[in-house]
Design a protein around this ligand. Structure first.
Ligand code: SF4
Ligand code: SF4
Ligand code: SF4
Length: 316
């Protein structure tokens, strides 16, 4: 897949079909990748595809001018479609190089399983449904479901539905729905008071760095409500009450746009379980409005999409 990607990316640049290629290159730390944005056809040889390509690159589309060739996993391609539905990106300005995605490895889960820091590990490789980890010269094998990100364990569409070039054969999801939903179900099982205490404790750790917002392709406003001063929706100091309000409003703003790519939770430097909010909103949107983000570029976005059977009278 990697060789095909490099060939296709080079051809797109050489033929002038795109101005940029957006993909992944090896990161500076072990088992990491970092986004590569390039116009240089020689640099495409740095592109990689491996189990650590975490970022949702759709986030860059609203910033780049010109035609862009972009590497997209299943969830990323839905974010691209969602941006097209919102008229933030024109379909003809994007060449989607789709990756049938077998899931992304969560290094925190690997560290927990092995009891070592990621820097102390020698190798992590995927072999079918297993992951093989080498540390201190010894190898250990685990089921892939033990190390994938929670959102990947609940992934519905790992193969992009919308693409121009598909880089491999369509793949089936690796699912462990109960593991994917475990944290969310635990919170839903709580009575309101302990759940309130849980979120007040979690959100009191928020430093309001806005990494969760900045990595999210669904958060594309040029001026976010948190920066408004008239009216001032939030105090700039990170008090837990304002942090809660930030997450509540952000979740409403991304409702019907969130593709459960998991980027906001992964980017949070203090490990607040943000997916427990975003995935719950994703499911509510599905149940109440029969809508999933980024499924069809020709469908209107959720907030302009009504059905005869809407629950609320004022919409009917
Ligand atoms: S959610 Fe699906 S498409 Fe997205 S990274 Fe995980 S397995 Fe891949
Ligand atoms: S990434 Fe985490 S710490 Fe930063 S603003 Fe979001 S919730 Fe707060
Ligand atoms: S809210 Fe989080 S999970 Fe949803 S699209 Fe944005 S970054 Fe991805």
């Amino acid at each position: 897949m990697e060789q095909k990607l490099r060939r296709e990316a080079k051809a797109l640049l050489e033929q002038g079909q795109v101005d940029y290629i957006v993909g992944f290159e090896p990161g500076s730390l072990k088992f990491t990748t970092t986004p590569l944005i390039t116009r240089d056809k020689e640099e495409v040889d740095r592109l990689v595809i491996n189990p650590f390509i975490v970022n949702n690159l759709a986030n860059f589309l609203t910033e780049l001018k010109g035609r862009v060739g972009i590497i997209a996993k299943g969830c990323d391609s839905r974010s691209i479609v969602s941006l097209i539905q919102d008229n933030k990106v024109a379909r003809e300005d994007v060449v989607i190089l789709g990756i049938p995605c077998p899931g992304i490895i969560d290094l925190s889960k690997v560290e927990e399983l092995i009891g070592k820091d990621r820097d102390e590990l020698e190798a992590i490789s995927r072999e079918g449904d297993k992951v093989v980890i080498t540390a201190d010269g010894k190898t250990s094998e685990f089921s892939i479901t033990e190390v994938l990100f929670d959102n990947c364990l609940g992934c519905e569409l790992p193969t992009p539905q919308e693409y121009d070039i598909l880089l491999g054969e369509p793949t089936l999801p690796v699912t462990d729905r109960s593991a994917s939903q475990a944290k969310i179900e635990q919170l839903k099982g709580m009575t309101p008071q302990p759940r309130w205490e849980f979120w007040s404790n979690e959100l009191s750790r928020c430093i309001r760095c806005y990494a969760c917002r900045n990595v999210c392709p669904a958060c594309f406003c040029q001026r976010c409500f948190v920066e408004e001063t008239e009216p001032q929706w939030l105090m700039p100091v990170p008090r837990w009450q304002d942090n809660l309000m930030f997450q509540v409003i952000r979740n409403i703003h991304v409702a019907g746009r969130c593709t459960d790519c998991g980027e906001c939770e992964r980017a949070c430097p203090v490990n607040i379980p943000l997916r427990s909010l975003t995935k719950e909103m994703y499911d509510i949107v599905g149940e109440l409005f029969h809508f999933k983000a980024g499924m069809d570029k020709d469908t209107a976005p959720l907030m302009t999409h009504y059905e005869q059977e809407e629950a609320e009278d004022f919409i009917r």
